[in-house]
Design a protein around this ligand. Structure first.
Ligand SMILES: [Fe+2]
Ligand SMILES: [Fe+2]
Length: 480
């Protein structure tokens, strides 16, 4: 069997020879109806019968792995896809460095590994739940299609994690797979596991910011898990990363197009001052300061996903060889970190300053630093657009101490430059940094659907190229 090719004969497309693995095949077939119920209840509302021009993976070859076709979302072929096994792969870090990578779960790490899989798995359905009403206000059929592509793929990423649970974790794995379908984003009694995945995604600018900032946390976590000494997890995550790339593309180009449209409208109207908010808003576009506030919100919520700066769990997972650093295999050091240090930004004597901490305990901090660098690259591209119009405005990521609910800075208030503020000051000034009710109402007033091919809402520019190189008037979604 060619591992790069996906077997589409059975109910569950896969490249893991599921046909010969009766126990796991049955377990997944049993889980499948519950998944479909969840999708029908919590997936995109109002569009389950529409034909959507979606890509489906037909191979795990990074070049040319997808085919495009019209699909009704509930009939999307969700499946189990792992990147090909690398011959002679070793554990590349931690105390087991140099041993053969594990093909079965090492008994002593079972609980730790299961938790890593469940936490990752829980984010996948959560984002679908958060985005379920957005189809109704899509600014174009092109954007609607991208939303649904992201949604079906988040569903696929859930399948990826559920396969690991069912195949490698026995009865507990089965129970965890069920629980992944029971929790609900934002539910007070049975919320999703991580904070950012219980927030609302109320409008399309939030959606683009979420896919830019929060899906990028997904990328960082998957990169770290792709290094795992537990080979099936590594292979799963390596393929997931090819799908994740598109989600961040949707976010980055989405924000770019919003910025582009705002700048165009300002130029047409002869407005040069980005702070003339009311005048800009009258043009039916989103003013740059409000875009900045949305970025502040989504960036800060996403930083919380990296957990405490100093973390024993992260140290243990690394030491055990289960979760590496970002692109561990390209780093040049001993990959064990028993002695090194890493600078951690901390609150010391009421001041925010760096402190050298044992490298092993500082792994969350390090992954977060790598994330900030990665996130900054796209922000630079947004600013290029603004610069091209000669408008004096620069979008900036806020300081990492700003608006935090987890870790070192959760106990203080800081402005976007990292200056400490009193609670009273914060209460007075927070709407300078985060979207106010007025900002939210304004954005909501723009969220009118545009469902004619080739047309776009007032506040967003068309994309430079179509999906699958389709022409501008292509009907990406055939509404039912
Ligand atoms: Fe995801
Ligand atoms: Fe994603």
């Amino acid at each position: 069997m060619n591992i790069a090719q996906v077997d589409y004969d059975g109910l569950i497309p896969n490249n893991v020879a599921l046909g010969q693995d009766v126990r796991v095949k049955r377990a997944l077939e049993k889980w499948h109806p519950g998944y479909l119920n969840w999708w029908n209840d919590m997936g995109p509302e109002g569009f389950q019968e529409s034909l959507v021009y979606l890509r489906t993976a037909i191979s795990v070859d990074p070049k040319g792995w997808a085919k495009f076709d019209y699909v009704r979302m509930p009939e999307y072929r969700w499946g189990v896809l792992l990147a090909p096994q690398m011959e002679g792969r070793k554990v590349n870090f931690g105390m087991h460095k140099g041993e053969d990578a594990w093909q079965e779960v090492p008994g002593e790490y079972r609980a730790m590994l299961r938790r890593l899989v469940v936490i990752q798995g829980d984010t996948e359905p959560a984002s679908v739940e958060q985005q379920r009403f957005l189809g109704k206000t899509a600014p174009s059929l092109y954007d609607m299609r991208n939303l649904f592509q992201v949604n079906v793929e988040e569903g696929r990423l859930l399948w990826a994690m559920v396969y690991l649970l069912q195949k490698y974790f026995g009865t507990d794995g089965r129970e965890e797979a069920e629980a992944l379908l029971q929790r609900r984003s934002g539910d007070p009694d049975t919320p999703r596991m991580l904070g950012a995945f219980n927030e609302k995604t109320p409008d399309w600018l939030s959606f683009f910011m979420f896919t830019y900032f929060t899906d990028r946390d997904g990328k960082m976590q998957l990169e770290a898990l792709a290094q795992s000494g537990f080979d099936p997890l590594s292979r799963t995550c390596r393929f997931m990363l090819t799908e994740e790339a598109h989600h961040m593309f949707v976010g980055e180009t989405g924000v770019t197009r919003v910025v582009q449209r705002t700048c165009e409208a300002m130029k047409e109207a002869g407005i040069t001052d980005p702070n003339e908010i009311e005048k800009v808003r009258k043009l039916g576009v989103i003013d740059l300061p409000t875009i900045q506030k949305k970025a502040n919100l989504h960036f800060s919520l996403t930083l919380d996903l990296f957990g405490n700066e100093i973390s024993t769990n992260a140290a243990n997972a690394f030491h055990a060889g289960l979760k590496g650093r970002y692109r561990e295999d390209r780093l040049k050091d001993d990959h064990q970190l028993e002695s090194g240090t890493y600078p951690v930004l901390r609150l010391i004597d009421g001041k925010i300053q760096n402190e050298d901490s044992p490298a092993l305990s500082a792994l969350n901090m390090r992954l977060r630093d790598d994330y900030v660098v990665d996130a900054n690259a796209g922000v630079g591209r947004w600013n290029k657009v603004i610069e091209g119009f000669g408008i004096p405005f620069e979008i900036k990521l806020p300081h990492v101490a700003f608006h935090r609910h987890i870790g070192e800075f959760s106990s203080i208030k800081a402005d976007v430059n990292g200056h400490l503020m009193s609670d009273a000051d914060w209460a007075k000034r927070q709407s300078e940094f985060l979207p106010s009710d007025g900002d939210k109402d304004f954005i909501e007033s723009l969220m009118k659907p545009q469902m004619e091919p080739a047309k776009f809402a007032s506040w967003i520019a068309p994309p430079k190229v179509g999906i699958d190189n389709k022409a501008g008037d292509f009907e990406y979604v055939k509404l039912a």
